[in-house]
Write a protein that binds this ligand. Structure first.
Ligand code: F6R
Length: 378
């Protein structure tokens, strides 16, 4: 199905994107209003009779997509699958009608993501219909941070995240902007499909509106303690990150940020899986970061953290201040927040912790070894 035209375009884009154009891009974005809203370019029938969503992405964008899946299923009630683009290209899901395919890539140039989307478009265009009938047309939506990217040019429907240029190789602010795009999409879909009671929808919108102030407070109160705490882990070899529900992808993202910029081995797990293997790794030398926000899985994560503590692991909690927080050896406190919007807060202490550990190890946090800003080869 796949003829690779989009990839050719991505390679040309990459060749022409020299330092000068990147500086220009930074300048352009800095002069724009930093609070400009998420920009949407949607065709009218994108949502009509939608039965499922499939998402393709790589790396950090794949983690944002896992949060997106949680939101699309729990807030908008749409079955959603998330695929590594590099896997989907060679083992696509069986064709189903009424499907929205979302490609998430901050750079808009990642080869595997573009190839997976192009393949999806072509196989749907070639499909002759099924005996059962149904709408098999391609409905493709891209989420990207770069309006001039290949993705933004080739896709008919795009959400542009206005995060400004992501200078560091390790994506941080674009990750948060991708999450915001998924909140916007899930709330919009929930509204169209009447999936959640309107008071719950309004409560979520109001929780999102409070986030900027809460983020400021978190940065003000936590940056210094986290910078101090980082000294304790400069020589650590292994870390485990645990989360559940909507914060499971944040555990994955915390582990990825730590390993890619500090070169410390780190694994993220859904907390309930710990006893199915990773618990064997635990001892006093392996710190465990547990993301525990009051809500549906709070008690469960605390009890998983307790099990880790019983194996002598040092427990670093990303949690709200409260009685239960006493069980953590170290607390990276986040403001009280609705569990459903908590990833936008819980990821911040993890980004800061990785940053300070890497800086103390004398590493270049913007240019980690062996990594490229956008991966335009397979
Ligand atoms: C990790 C990181 C990478 C990228 C991945 C996809 O911090 O930055 O894992 O997320 O290479 O890149 P995009 O989003 O440009 O497709």
């Amino acid at each position: 199905y796949f003829n690779g035209q989009w990839l050719e375009k991505a390679t040309q884009n990459q060749e022409t994107q020299n330092q000068e154009t990147q500086n220009q891009e930074i300048q352009n974005q800095e002069t724009q209003n930093p609070l400009s809203p998420v920009q949407l370019r949607f065709s009218d029938d994108l949502y009509s009779d939608l039965q499922q969503v499939q998402i393709v992405a790589c790396g950090t964008s794949w983690h944002a997509s896992l949060v997106g899946k949680y939101l699309l299923e729990q807030v908008a009630g749409i079955p959603t699958t998330v695929h590594y683009a590099s896997e989907f290209r060679y083992a696509p899901t069986p064709l189903m009608p009424h499907t929205l395919t979302i490609g998430v890539t901050q750079s808009g140039e990642t080869a595997d993501t573009l190839a997976a989307l192009e393949m999806e478009q072509e196989r749907r265009n070639h499909h002759q219909g099924s005996p059962q009938g149904g709408d098999y047309r391609p409905r493709l939506l891209g989420i990207t941070n770069r309006p001039e990217s290949t993705l933004a040019h080739v896709l008919p429907n795009v959400i542009l995240t206005p995060a400004g240029v992501e200078v560091g190789v390790a994506a941080t602010k674009t990750f948060m902007a991708q999450l915001m795009a998924f909140y916007a999409l899930a709330l919009d879909l929930a509204h169209h499909r009447h999936h959640l009671p309107s008071d719950r929808l309004l409560a979520l919108v109001s929780a999102l509106h409070q986030l900027p102030k809460q983020m400021e407070a978190l940065l003000r109160d936590q940056e210094e303690p986290i910078a101090t705490l980082a000294h304790e882990f400069v020589d650590t070899h292994d870390f485990i990150f645990l989360g559940r529900g909507i914060n499971f992808p944040i555990a994955l993202e915390g582990a990825l940020k730590l390993k890619e910029i500090s070169y410390i081995h780190a694994e993220g797990y859904p907390a309930g899986e710990m006893k199915h293997g990773p618990i064997a790794l635990l001892d006093a030398k392996v710190p465990v970061v547990a993301i525990a926000v009051p809500g549906a899985v709070y008690e469960k994560v605390l009890s998983n953290a307790q099990e880790a503590k019983a194996r002598d692991a040092r427990i670093i909690g990303v949690s709200t201040i409260g009685r239960e927080a006493d069980m953590f050896d170290d607390l990276l406190a986040v403001p009280p927040v609705d569990e459903l919007v908590s990833p936008l807060l819980t990821v911040i202490p993890l980004q800061l912790l990785s940053y300070y550990i890497a800086a103390l190890r004398g590493l270049d946090v913007d240019q980690p070894r062996n990594l490229a800003k956008s991966v335009t080869v397979e």
